[in-house]
Design a protein around this ligand. Structure first.
Ligand SMILES: Nc1ncnc2c1ncn2[C@@H]1O[C@H](COP(=O)(O)OP(=O)(O)OP(=O)(O)O)[C@@H](O)[C@H]1O
Length: 263
């Protein structure tokens, strides 16, 4: 008998995995509109680690936006469980969700959704003030972000006076003003020209490199390839989950979704 056979098995060092920013188990949502019910998200299991940049892609109607809205508390699931930063949130009431969204989740939409009768500065400061930040701290954060996003001097402009790309940068500043744990972006370049798209991509990449966790729905292959993980969504389910940049494939394995996305 060799020494190896009698030796005590090696005890692996204790590794405490980081608490996922997002964890979903069996997440389900059916829309009830005018016609027949539409099952948009069908039992999704998902985990997003701190610092990940995840692109969610897939055909129109696959349920991508619904998934993002469930994670951001903009819609409620019919079934399943959802944790944000380790805290079970799917049973939260609206007031608690509102507080969580203000403090921990930033959202950017395709059509910017800025308040049209507020100045750029007020649009960006508003979520900070609603979260209970002092007016001075809100002003300081706003000034820092607008400078960083190349919007210095536009503080007093109204959203309608800005280009689409500038409006999306204002929306990004607004989403980030409370330093959210999670940034959700639903087709953030969907209504921009190629210059605006490049700009949004550059900024998202920069914030990701600084550690910002991002989940982004996109149809755009270039946008998706900036992420470090691509989830392909099809018919309300995760069809593929792949790590980009040579990392390990996600739970569903395979790289077909990524290959399809490459230009
Ligand atoms: N509020 C709603 N009421 C009824 N049906 C809805 C509602 N929102 C979405 N749906 C339907 O649910 C399905 C999934 O929609 P969702 O917007 O999540 O898909 P998507 O993958 O984001 O699509 P797209 O890429 O076109 O935005 C679609 O069939 C859509 O028509």
């Amino acid at each position: 008998m060799s020494d190896d056979a009698t030796a005590a098995p090696a005890v692996p060092p204790t590794v405490r995995p980081a608490v996922p920013i997002v964890r979903a188990e069996g997440l389900t949502k059916t829309h009830h509109g005018e016609g027949a019910p539409v099952p948009a998200v069908r039992g999704v299991d998902l985990s997003v680690r701190p610092g990940e940049f995840v692109a969610v892609t897939g055909p129109s109607g696959a349920g991508k936006s619904t998934l993002l809205h469930l994670i951001g508390g903009l819609q409620r699931p019919d079934g399943g469980k959802l944790w944000l930063d380790g805290e079970r949130v799917d049973e939260y009431r609206e007031a608690r969700w509102a507080m969580l969204r203000r403090r921990s989740i930033g959202v950017v939409f395709q059509f910017f959704n800025l308040v049209s009768n507020l100045t750029v500065a007020d649009n960006v400061e508003l979520p900070a003030l609603l979260a209970g930040v002092s007016p001075k701290a809100a002003r300081d954060s706003r000034a820092e972000l607008l400078a960083e996003l190349g919007l210095e001097g536009r503080e007093r402009s109204m959203p309608g006076e800005l280009s689409g790309g500038e409006q999306q940068r204002v929306a990004l500043a607004r989403a980030l003003v409370n330093h959210p744990r999670l940034l959700l972006a639903d087709e953030p370049a969907g209504s921009l020209d190629s210059k605006g798209t490049r700009e949004v991509l550059r900024l998202l990449t920069r914030f990701h490199q600084r550690g910002q966790t991002i989940m982004m729905v996109t149809h755009d292959a270039r946008m998706a390839s900036a992420a470090d993980r691509v989830i392909s969504f099809f018919d309300g389910r995760i069809a593929d989950d792949a790590q980009l940049g040579g990392g390990r494939p996600g739970p569903a394995g395979g790289v077909s979704g990524v290959l399809e996305l490459k230009e």
